[in-house]
Write a protein that binds this ligand. Structure first.
Ligand code: CA
Length: 222
């Protein structure tokens, strides 16, 4: 899963990015509203963390602009703790959730995880798909026989994306866009190597190759 963090507080950016990376998210950062709006329109983020107090263009305007253009990316806004009207304005403008500053990273992680799962129609506590469960706290996959396997961050991100899109043909390019940060050296051939590693854990059938098109997760017979 790849996130956009739109925030101008350098210290907060540093801490949050490290915490989010540790939680297996790929994170791009924009430090003002104009760059943030542009990146949010150009790149297929799985969620956005949007501060409202931003230089160049306020977060609320960025959000309104996205929604007016039909950009439905899930957005959590960061508001000042005592500014209840900011939360109301944000929700009215199309925010999916909010968090008052200062906040605990654990709460942000829990809200992000819930938001992304909800967006894909998963209501439970853990992401469950094609007999697999993902334990985000421990970065583990739980197989149908209850055995657990620890995954690397990239493996976790990739499997999470696959599990959220069962039965859909996913090109290597698309997978790359949701697994790697924008400024990283994105070689879509690396995806092949990661798919191979996941197959070793999950068995060969769960992720099928569609020659020249990409991969399909969880569709054994089609
Ligand atoms: Ca700010």
């Amino acid at each position: 899963m790849r996130l956009l963090l739109v925030e101008d507080d350098e210290k907060l950016i540093r801490h949050l990015k490290a915490d989010l990376n540790r939680a297996a998210y790929a994170v791009d950062v924009a430090e003002n509203g104009i760059d943030g709006e542009f990146q949010g329109d150009e790149e297929p983020y799985d969620a956005v963390i949007l501060d409202l107090g931003l230089p160049d263009k306020p977060g609320l305007e960025v959000l309104k602009s996205w929604r007016s253009k039909g950009n439905k990316v899930p957005v959590i806004i960061l508001t000042a703790r005592d500014q209840w009207h900011e939360r109301v304005d944000g929700l009215k403008a199309g925010a999916d959730d909010y968090l008052g500053k200062p906040f605990h990273t654990e709460e942000l992680l829990a809200r992000l995880d819930a938001l992304i799962r909800r967006r894909h129609g998963h209501a439970g506590e853990e992401l469950e798909s094609a007999g697999l469960r993902l334990d985000a706290d421990h970065q583990e996959v739980i197989l149908p026989d209850e055995t657990r396997h620890t995954l690397t961050r990239t493996e976790f991100r990739l499997l999470q994306y696959l599990m959220l899109h069962p039965g859909v043909i996913l090109s290597k390019t698309r997978l790359t866009e949701h697994v790697y940060e924008g400024d990283s050296d994105r070689d879509s051939n690396v995806i092949e190597a990661y798919i191979k590693r996941l197959r070793k854990v999950l068995g060969q059938d769960l992720i099928q190759t569609r020659r020249g098109q990409g991969y399909v997760f969880g569709a054994k017979d089609s």
